[in-house]
Write a protein that binds this ligand. Sequence first.
Ligand SMILES: C[S@@+](CC[C@H](N)C(=O)[O-])C[C@H]1O[C@@H](n2cnc3c(N)ncnc32)[C@H](O)[C@@H]1O
Length: 269
Amino acid sequence: MLKLISIVESLGVPVFMVFMEEQEKYIQALIKLHRGLERQGPGDINYSNYILSQISDLPTNPRIADIGCGAGAGALFLADRFKSKVRAVDFSREFLDELEDRAKQRGLEHLIETIECDMGSLDWEPESIDLLWSEGAAYNLTFKGALKAWRPLMAANGIAVISEMNYFTSEVPEPVRVYMQNAYPTIGTESENAGHVNSSGFEILGIHRLPSKAWWDNYYGPLRENMNSLKHSKESIMQSVINETEEEMKLFEEHEKYYGYSFYIMKAV
Ligand SMILES: C[S@@+](CC[C@H](N)C(=O)[O-])C[C@H]1O[C@@H](n2cnc3c(N)ncnc32)[C@H](O)[C@@H]1O
């Protein structure tokens, strides 16, 4: 999913208009590649449980949002755990349909409200969310941009949990830096991101690194199976998406100690 941001960021108007059709095809190929997967990014249910165990100040029936929910691994986990309603936001109808099917299969449909919209334009009532959850999706607005866009939604003392891909060190190997310049130019270190948190009306309660095993077991592993079944596709755009995903995986395999996802647990202050 990483390359998508580079395309979106590198295209300006009017070039954007010219390439819009290509971009739309790219997004559709990306969605097709991720179809049927439980997750569209790295994560792990046991690790999510661990993250929740670090939070003590939530109301019994929190008002929850999962932003950039994809097919809803996070939304379903939260609905089940809190038996509370979850607003699940994504701009892909296809992923939201998968989430609705899964919610039905698990008897959780009464707790899931799917909302097809842009995560950067949520016109919800201010201060209406007690627990904001977003895994692997904030980068679409940049981490700083997501904090700014979502802070007004937070209830007093509300908790936000955002998993963000970041550097684990300021000494980043050249191949990683070069790749990120294209894929995610605004990627920061944990301490840079902590600075954004502190200047955005949040207080950091903790920063926790998602183990790399969760990338392989729950995301890249299943994704590779989809790649294998689509590798003979006649669509050239699908071939590009598969090649770029291979490149992304190889980079992570070789350099996983330098970057990855960190969960930021934050309290609205
Ligand atoms: C890497 S996936 C993570 C999905 C899910 N949270 C998970 O961990 O499985 C990022 C998700 O953000 C969604 N997305 C990207 N840009 C968006 C936007 N501007 N508004 C709403 N959703 C967006 C994508 O459709 C995708 O489902």
